[in-house]
Design a protein around this ligand. Structure first.
Ligand code: B12
Length: 250
């Protein structure tokens, strides 16, 4: 017979199990111990630790290296843990905040060119708050001397078109992580065309496939954020959306 004083397992604290696992290191992400420690902090959702480790890494490493070899793969690991049901929204939010803290430090280090080459309008699709990919695109574009008009996340279609009309960018970008939100992209492209703005519209983000983006005019698919500066250079050098699509997409 059970002891009357023993705890009755009516409720299970799943968060405690997860928190215990969060103490573990992230899966092997980098051979470089310092970059691995950055990723470990990010995966644990330790914002302060991520910032400290990124600052430490930036003493001897290039900011792009820190982004490409620890922050992005660290966030991919968070995505994996979410997908297998180990992480829930609170853990993912903590890691996202840690990611933004790390990116901000890298961006500061990359510096911003004094002379701005041209404007690029960036946004995350209407209804979508997943803006980490866009934050990386912004940081890399700024570091390459582009004037980024950052419209932020969950941006209505009309607002994107209006910003392109006002700012006359050489390129506009869109990020979407959800199949339900990427449908804003063909609408934006159609509205830009209607307004006589034949600007290359580079679309990326987890949910967005090459087939989808090359299915509407102006659309160029962006696989990796690191492609954004090269694409903006092409647009600045006068390449049209169809030439850019031929160059960057398969
Ligand atoms: C982090 C995250 C969140 C965070 C977002 C924080 C933030 N500020 O972004 C929080 C916790 C808030 C969140 C909320 C939700 N999320 Co969420 N989330 C994720 C997660 C785990 C990682 C996404 C991420 O940041 N990846 C890292 C970045 C760097 O990747 P990326 O944006 O794709 O960018 C890369 C490339 O695509 C490219 N790129 C991106 N944009 C551009 C642009 C250009 C120009 C170029 C060249 C390249 C490029 O460059 C980057 C790499 O270099 C994914 C799971 C996963 N495995 O992806 C789910 C995921 C995206 N979420 C999902 C869902 C469903 C939700 C919620 C609806 C959950 C809920 N029930 O409330 C809400 C959505 C609320 C909303 N309206 O948007 C689903 C989407 C399913 C779908 N396909 O439609 C996913 C796929 C999880 C899943 N498998 O179910 N989420």
């Amino acid at each position: 017979m059970k002891d009357a004083m023993s705890p009755v397992p009516i409720f299970t604290r799943y968060d405690l199990t997860i928190d215990a696992r969060r103490g573990e290191a992230a899966r092997r992400i980098s051979e470089d111990p310092l970059l691995q420690r950055v990723a470990d902090c990010l995966v644990r959702g330790d914002e302060e630790g991520t910032a400290t480790m990124v600052a430490e890494a930036l003493r001897s490493r290039d900011p792009r290296e820190v982004i490409d070899q620890s922050l992005i793969p660290g966030m991919k690991e968070v995505g994996r843990l979410w997908e297998i049901g180990e992480y829930f929204l609170p853990q993912v939010i903590l890691s996202s905040d840690a990611m933004v803290a790390g990116i901000t430090l890298c961006e500061e280090r990359m510096g911003r060119a004094m002379e701005k080459k041209a404007k690029v309008v960036t946004h995350t699709a209407e209804g979508d708050i997943h803006d980490i990919g866009q934050a990386i695109v912004n940081a890399l574009l700024r570091a390459s001397g582009f004037d980024v008009v950052n419209l932020g996340a969950d941006v209505p279609v009309d607002e994107v078109v209006e910003a392109c009309r006002v700012h006359k960018p050489v390129m506009v970008t869109g990020t979407a992580l959800m199949t339900t939100t990427m449908t804003a992209f063909p609408k934006i492209a159609a509205r830009l065309k209607q307004a006589g703005l034949q600007i290359p519209f580079v679309c990326g983000g987890g949910a967005v496939s090459e087939d989808f983006v090359t299915g509407f005019e102006l659309g160029v698919w962006g696989k990796e954020a690191s492609q954004a500066p090269g694409m903006a250079e092409d647009a600045l050098n006068g390449l049209g959306w169809s030439e850019m699509r031929a160059k960057w997409n398969g």
